[in-house]
Design a protein around this ligand. Sequence first.
Ligand code: TMP
Ligand code: ASP
Length: 242
Amino acid sequence: MNNKYELIYEGKAKKVFSHNDSDKVIIEFKDDATAFNALKKARFEGKGKLNCLISARIFELLIKNNIPTHFIELKNENTMIAKKIKVIPLEIVLRNTAYGSLCKQTTIKPGTVLVKPLIDIYLKNDELNDPLLTKDRIELMNILSSKDLDLIINLTIKINGIMKSFFKNIQLQLVDFKLEFGYDFKNDILLGDEISPDNCRLWDLNQKNDTIVSLDKDIFRNDLGGLIEAYSEINRRINKLT
Ligand code: TMP
Ligand code: ASP
């Protein structure tokens, strides 16, 4: 990114720059990957571009379905223009199938299809290791009103419906995903962050047997190899749709 734009924030996978229009930001997707609160780190050439392109397509799909998001347009392959938001420090995880931390912390077996989606809300706070919250704890911290919390939960359920059928169409099982929301200058709630194989679990449905084939960041978390090939395959299947 050329230096006429000021770096406002650098996260683990993205950089956020100022835009000439103060209601907008420029988001650059990095090739860096982290897991387990950055205990594990690596760089995958081309990951930023793939996540940016995949996210843009999913945001467009959601906008078409009347979900308010921060996405405006792609600037280039690894950079997007978005509405500036004040990020709500919550990570909203929706699970359709049990996997990951849910199976580490409960007796639910990996791969169990949940009767109804489970929503787990975590505090976005690296120092505290993103702890799992309760509704009462959220209320105590005064992070947002219960009306706004309900709005976010309802949006997450709606987003799940849209994404689940979209991914099923391209032979992918949407196991779970993580969303972040924020307030724009009008104080409206928008979906922010990214929607990519970094924050969704996607399993290949083109399998003859029951083996789990992850096409997401679990490849890095579990050292399975072939991360760029998997992300490229998702991008390829999405692009085949149009
Ligand atoms: P978990 O099973 O590790 O709790 O992850 C649930 C989903 O949330 C999975 O799709 C990965 C995503 N996720 C993030 O995007 N960021 C995170 O920091 C964590 C822990 C999970
Ligand atoms: N995003 C988190 C981290 O870097 C964890 C994860 O996605 O597994 O640390």
